[in-house]
Design a protein around this ligand. Structure first.
Ligand code: UDP
Ligand code: MG
Length: 317
């Protein structure tokens, strides 16, 4: 029988945190009083993480491990864990003890009360400024791209209802950002204030380049904004060039050839016109590219929760 709660944890070189994490996770899950399963995804760790995880799986039938052959990144790892999960409610969290396992019941409760997705909200975030600033930017971009305003998109302590997880699992995209992807399919989204601790052992796996890559994943995965900006820029330049040309022509006819400086300004008008037309063309090409990308991602377009009304098909038989 499917357990009520699945917990998915991505693990990359976390040997220093695993013993405490595992002990606290099991205690929190036992406290829930329902069936549970714990899925660790080993994202190609090069330390002893995988051996330790194997030990935990040998001890308890509720624990499973998904083993990657190399490092694919946090979101790929969470994705693999979601695919493997079977619980009615699925909770994700980081392995570095920044998300206290004791907060899991709060997330589960929000889902039980009817939320499709419940995100942790770190009101008092224990990270450096260098880590918080990109996250702030990230929050703004995801809020804009998904049209769903949340205080904290970056917190990986989050929970999802089964149907949302199933829809995400059907997505064929390679680069994705799980919290944003979930909101493509979730209707009732709530935020739950949760504690946040400093990292246990080790240090953050994200450097500046990694955060930038994540940013581009989000931007290209959930918004056409950059392409639309090109189109707008091109359109406006194009129009301005054309108007400028008309204005020059009118003034030239009125004031004569000397006023026009022998055509220097006309050159500008022509330049604007063509540069604008070029950007407009880029934007149009981009629109096609964006649509092709949307098609090849093969995201499910909708989820049917249930069909209501008399079951006609059954009756006809
Ligand atoms: N992680 C992973 N693969 C990676 C990088 C990170 O599975 O390539 C895991 C890591 O073990 C941790 C979580 O993702 O459980 C968050 O990583 P980290 O704490 O380094 O990120 P931050 O807290 O700075 O966002
Ligand atoms: Mg962390």
């Amino acid at each position: 029988m499917a357990p009520q709660v699945s917990v998915v944890v991505p693990v990359y070189n976390e040997e220093g945190n695993l013993p405490e994490l595992h002990r606290r996770l099991v205690a929190a899950l036992e406290g829930l009083g329902g069936g549970w399963e714990l899925i660790y995804v080993d994202d190609g760790s090069r330390d002893r993480s995988f051996e330790m995880l194997k030990g935990y799986a040998a001890e308890r039938p509720e624990v499973r491990i998904v083993e990657f052959n190399r490092n694919y990144g946090q979101h790929a790892a969470v994705f693999a864990g979601l695919r493997e999960s079977r619980g009615e409610f699925v909770v994700t969290l980081d392995a570095d003890l920044q998300n206290p396992p004791e907060e899991i019941p709060k997330i589960v409760k929000a889902l039980q009360e009817g939320a499709d997705a419940a995100g942790g909200w770190r009101k008092f975030r224990q990270d450096s400024w260098a880590r918080k600033l990109p996250s702030w930017l990230n929050n703004r971009i995801v809020s804009k791209a998904t049209g769903i305003r949340l205080n904290d998109y970056g917190c990986m302590l989050r929970g999802y209802r089964r149907e949302v997880v199933d829809a995400m699992a059907q997505c064929g995209e390679l680069s994705s950002y799980i919290p944003a992807l979930a909101h493509v399919f979730a209707r009732r989204i709530v935020e739950v204030p949760v504690e946040h601790a400093e990292r246990g052992a080790g240090h953050s796996k994200y450097n500046f380049a990694g955060l930038m890559r994540l940013q581009f994943d989000i931007l290209t995965g959930f918004s056409m904004f950059p392409i639309r900006a090109l189109t707008w820029f091109g359109g406006i330049t194009f129009l301005a060039g054309a108007l400028f040309g008309v204005l020059l022509l009118a003034l030239r006819l009125y004031f004569g050839a000397d006023w026009a400086g022998q055509g220097v300004f006309t050159l500008f008008a022509v330049l604007f016109f063509f540069v604008g037309a070029q950007f407009l063309a880029f934007g149009l090409l981009g629109e096609y590219l964006g649509r092709i990308y949307a098609e090849v991602r093969r995201r499910p377009r909708f989820i049917v929760r249930q069909v209501h009304g008399r079951n006609d098909k059954e009756n006809q038989r």
